[in-house]
Design a protein around this ligand. Structure first.
Ligand code: GLA
Length: 388
């Protein structure tokens, strides 16, 4: 990260580079998922919240079809020709941060949008690879930048789907829709219950007497993509075996009846998805009534299910979650995101948040020797053009 305040940093770097102030400034947030993990690609329910950490782009329209961009975080320059991206498609995809911009441009053009070129500076403070959706934030910031200079209307759901398409087809990561949806359409002060089958978001007010603490284990796992795809395939195989299009359609009772036909792994994967969907729907209703104690219990149960049945936690995540739960004022804690490393979250009594973050990290550091970081989050709005 290049500057404590990425918004200021992209504006300053833009002015230094281009000798003029940017005409547009856009922001798209990272996210935490409160509950509903590995359910989105099973057509199930998720309950994420957009966070204060975000990707920012300062830009101005340019003549012609060229996009020129400097990345503050990678201290690198990139450039691409929209016409070339449109005609070559994902076949010309490479590696690195610029591919997220190219892929998003391609998805927008492939959906029929006419894009204009621009010059800009990108930067952010969503840690990369930490499970806080820096990729979705970059895709949604890029979409927002194109929307501004090309005069496209901002339909958050349509834009989220195009961001997911960029990630699936261009970047080559087979993610679900959750991250792009929350980055595109989050609401300040609210989490978002999303039914991933119809993509109709329901905004759920966050209780004001509780805080959400993000606990970064400092660990990153290189093999997330292959393990993620393996889980997706396992879920799909169980769904096919049970004669449904997605595990979302399987009830807890139906799963008990079908249990004897499934091998141990298949049953555990399916049991996670079925019970996680139930927990997520309940979580949205208890959160709305401010029942933070029950919300915490559901988060704890989610973590156990991810650890035992879905097997996507790690020693570091387990240690962080255990350390958080030991602290006074902790309602519940769990890993967040795809797993195998990255961040845990804890829902805590607002008055205890600072000390809980400090003491959780101390316990975790002592037990693992890893260097953690913690931040207290508030729910922010989704991708937007910012004036000033
Ligand atoms: C990643 C993916 C999401 C979702 C989560 C797990 O963040 O991008 O689509 O599947 O993992 O819940």
């Amino acid at each position: 990260m290049s500057d404590a305040d990425p918004r200021h940093a992209v504006k300053t770097a833009f002015t230094e580079r281009y000798g003029t102030a940017p005409t547009h400034l856009v922001r798209a947030p990272g996210r935490v998922n409160l509950i509903g993990e590995h359910t989105d690609y099973n057509d199930g329910f998720v309950l994420p919240m957009a966070i204060g950490r975000a990707v920012w782009i300062a830009l101005k329209p340019a003549e012609g079809a060229i996009v020129r961009i400097h990345s503050n975080d990678f201290d690198a320059d990139g450039e691409f020709d929209l016409e070339q991206v449109r005609t070559s498609g994902p076949a010309s995809a490479g590696e690195g941060w610029l591919e997220y911009l190219k892929g998003t441009a391609w998805a927008l053009m492939d959906a029929g949008h006419k894009l204009r070129g621009w010059e800009g500076v990108v930067g952010g403070d969503v840690p990369i690879g930490a499970g806080l959706s820096s990729s979705a934030a970059l895709e949604m910031a890029t979409a927002r930048a194109f929307a501004e200079v090309s005069g496209l209307s901002w339909d958050p759901t349509a834009m989220a789907k195009l961001g997911q398409r960029a990630e699936n087809a261009w970047v080559g990561v087979n993610c679900g829709i959750m991250d792009q949806m929350i980055s595109a359409s989050g609401r300040a002060g609210h989490a978002m219950l999303l039914d991933c089958r119809n993509l109709a978001p329901e905004h759920v007010r966050m209780p004001t007497d509780a805080s959400l603490v993000v606990l970064d284990t400092g660990t990153r796992r290189g093999l997330v993509d292959s393990a993620y795809n393996e889980r997706r395939n396992q879920c799909q195989a169980v769904a096919e075996h049970l004669g449904v299009t997605a595990l979302r359609e399987v009830t807890a009772t139906a799963l008990i009846v079908a249990a004897s036909q499934l091998d141990g792994t298949a049953l555990r994967r399916a049991r996670h998805v079925v019970t996680e969907n139930q927990r997520t729907v309940e979580a949205a209703s208890v959160l709305a009534t401010g029942n933070t104690r029950r919300m915490g219990e559901l988060m704890d149960a989610s973590h156990i299910s991810l650890r035992e049945d879905f097997e996507v936690s790690s020693d570091a995540l387990d240690s962080m979650v255990t350390s958080a739960r030991r602290q006074p004022g902790c309602f519940g804690a769990r890993m967040t995101g795809a797993g195998f490393g990255g961040c845990a979250i804890a829902l805590v009594d607002a008055d205890a948040a600072e000390s809980l973050a400090r003491d959780t990290c101390a316990g975790y550091r002592h037990e693992t020797g890893n260097e953690p970081t913690a931040y207290i989050c508030v729910a922010t709005a989704g991708a937007a053009a910012v004036t000033d």
